[in-house]
Design a binder for this molecule. Structure first.
Ligand SMILES: *Cc1c(COP(=O)(O)O)cnc(C)c1O
Ligand SMILES: [Zn+2]
Length: 405
C-alpha cells in the first residue's frame, strides 16, 4: 500500500485562526496559541472507504489507518491497543433507570488506560518525523503510556509528574526506562518544568495538545463506539474530562464520519468532572468559551485533575455543537459508583470512569437523559491501577476458623 493510501491526512489546521501548517514538519501550537488539528481528505474517504472494508481488519485502532496521521505503516508502533469492549450494562442500567446503558471499557488496553491510544499514535508520528527525545508533564497515566511506547520505539523519554501521582504510574515509567522527575506541585507546574527542559535541551514537548497527533489516537474511541453499534449513533456519550482530548477526539470522529456519510447525526457529548476540579462545568454554566483556572484543585480521580485545560475552547465547542452538557460529581459519589459498577457489572472501574456512571444517574434524575435513550459511559481506565480507592475491610481468619454465611 502506498503511503498516500495508508493515511488520508492532507494538512494541519488551526481551528482558531485558520492558518495551515505542513505535516511534513515538526509542529506544535499555532502562532496564535491554539492547538492544531489534523485534516483528512474526507471527499476521497467518502468515495473510497466503505464500512464493509473494516471487516477482517486487525483488531486494533490501526484498522482506521486512513483516518490516522501516520503515513507509512512501517512507522507504526503498536502494543495491540484498541478495539476495547463495548459492554451492555443491563443491571447497572436498570438501577439507574436507563434501558440501554453501555460501558466502553478502556481498562483492557496496554498500561490499563485509554492514554495508550494517544501514545501509540503520537509516538508513531514522532518516529515518522525523526524525533529522538521527548519530554512530557503528566498526572501519571499519560506518562506511563508514552514511556512504554517510546521504549518500544527506542526513543529517550523525560517525564515530569506531581509527587502525589499514583505510585504505580511512576513504576511504569521507571520500568520502561524513562527519566522520571517528581515535582512538589500540580501538573501545571510539571508543564512549566517540561517546557523549560524542552527549550534548554532540544527535547520535543509532547504535552497535551501541544503535539497534534495524540488526539487522533483518542479519536478512535469514537470510531470504535460507532462501529461497535453498527453505525447507529447513541444518544449520549459521557466522558470524564481533564485535558479534554478524549472529548475533542470523539467529537472530531463524529464530524468526520458525518462528512463521510457513515452516520447521520451527532450524539450529545457530556463532560464529566469532579466537584474538586470542574473548570469546564463552570464555564459551560456561564455559556463561556474559555475556562478559568481552578484554584486548589483536588480529586481522587487524578486523571481529570486539570485546573485549566489548554483545549478549553475546543471542549466547550464540542459540548455546545452536540447539544451536550457538563456535570460535576463528588468524590464520595464517584467511590460509591465504583463499588456499584463492580457489584452489578463486574467492571472494576477507575474513579474517572465511575464519575461518568454517577453522572448518568444525575442526568437521568433531572430528566436530561430519557429512559429509552442509548447511553455510552466511558470507563477510561482499569480500577486495578487505583488499588487504594477500594478499602478492604474484611474478616481475618485463623486456619481453623470457618466462614460465617
Ligand atoms: C487522562 C485521563 C482522563 C482525562 O482525559 P482527557 O482526555 O485529558 O480529558 C480520564 N480518565 C483517565 C483514567 C485518565 O488517565
Ligand atoms: Zn491559529
Amino acid at each position: 500500500m502506498s503511503s498516500k493510501d495508508y493515511s488520508l491526512m492532507d494538512g494541519l489546521l488551526c481551528p482558531r485562526c485558520g492558518r495551515q501548517f505542513d505535516p511534513q514538519n515538526i509542529n506544535t501550537l499555532c502562532s496564535c496559541g491554539s492547538p492544531l488539528l489534523v485534516s483528512f481528505d474526507l471527499e476521497r474517504a467518502k468515495d473510497e472507504l466503505k464500512t464493509d472494508m473494516l471487516k477482517g481488519r486487525q483488531n486494533s485502532l490501526w484498522r482506521y489507518h486512513e483516518l490516522l496521521p501516520v503515513r507509512s505503516e512501517t512507522n507504526v508502533v503498536s502494543l495491540g491497543e484498541g478495539m476495547t469492549p463495548l459492554l451492555r450494562a443491563r443491571r447497572l442500567g436498570e438501577k439507574l433507570g436507563v434501558e440501554k446503558l453501555m460501558i466502553k471499557d478502556e481498562g483492557i488496553i496496554p498500561t490499563g488506560t485509554f492514554k495508550a491510544r494517544g501514545a501509540a499514535v503520537g509516538i508513531s508520528r514522532a518516529v515518522e518525523l525523526g524525533i529522538m527525545k521527548i519530554v512530557m508533564p503528566t498526572n501519571g497515566n499519560a506518562g506511563a503510556a508514552w514511556s512504554v511506547y517510546a521504549a518500544k520505539a527506542g526513543l529517550e523519554t523525560y517525564i515530569v509528574m506531581p509527587e502525589t501521582a499514583p505510585h504505580v504510574t511512576m513504576a511504569e515509567c521507571v520500568a520502561a526506562g524513562a527519566h522520571l522527575y517528581l515535582v512538589d506541585g500540580l501538573i501545571s507546574d510539571a508543564g512549566k518544568i517540561a517546557g523549560r527542559a524542552a527549550a534548554e535541551f532540544g527535547l520535543f514537548d509532547v504535552s497535551t495538545l501541544k503535539e497534534p497527533y495524540r488526539i487522533e489516537g483518542k479519536k478512535t474511541m469514537g470510531l470504535e463506539i460507532l462501529e461497535q453499534l453498527s453505525w447507529n449513533v447513541p444518544d449520549v456519550i459521557l466522558y470524564p474530562t481533564g485535558g479534554g482530548v478524549g472529548l475533542i477526539g470523539i467529537h472530531k470522529a463524529v464530524k468526520e464520519l458525518t462528512e463521510m456519510g457513515w452516520i447521520d447525526r451527532m450524539p450529545r457529548l457530556v463532560a464529566v468532572q469532579s466537584t474538586g476540579c470542574s473548570p469546564v462545568v463552570k464555564a459551560w454554566e456561564k455559556h463561556a468559551r474559555e475556562c478559568e483556572f481552578w484554584e486548589k484543585s483536588m480529586t481522587v480521580a487524578f486523571g481529570i485533575n486539570v485546573p485549566k485545560p489548554l483545549g478549553d475552547t475546543l471542549i466547550l465547542d464540542a459540548i455546545y455543537e452536540s447539544d451536550g452538557c457538563a456535570v460535576s460529581v463528588t468524590d464520595e459519589d464517584i467511590m460509591s459508583a465504583q463499588r456499584t459498577a463492580g457489584r452489578l457489572e463486574g467492571v472494576f472501574m477507575c474513579p474517572e470512569g465511575a464519575a461518568t456512571v454517577t453522572a448518568v444517574g444525575k442526568l437521568r434524575e433531572n430528566g436530561w437523559i430519557e429512559k429509552g435513550e442509548t447511553v455510552v459511559a466511558l470507563n477510561t481506565g482499569a480500577g486495578i491501577k487505583y488499588p487504594d480507592t477500594v478499602s478492604v475491610e474484611v474478616p481475618h481468619l485463623k486456619p481453623a476458623d470457618s466462614i460465617q454465611s
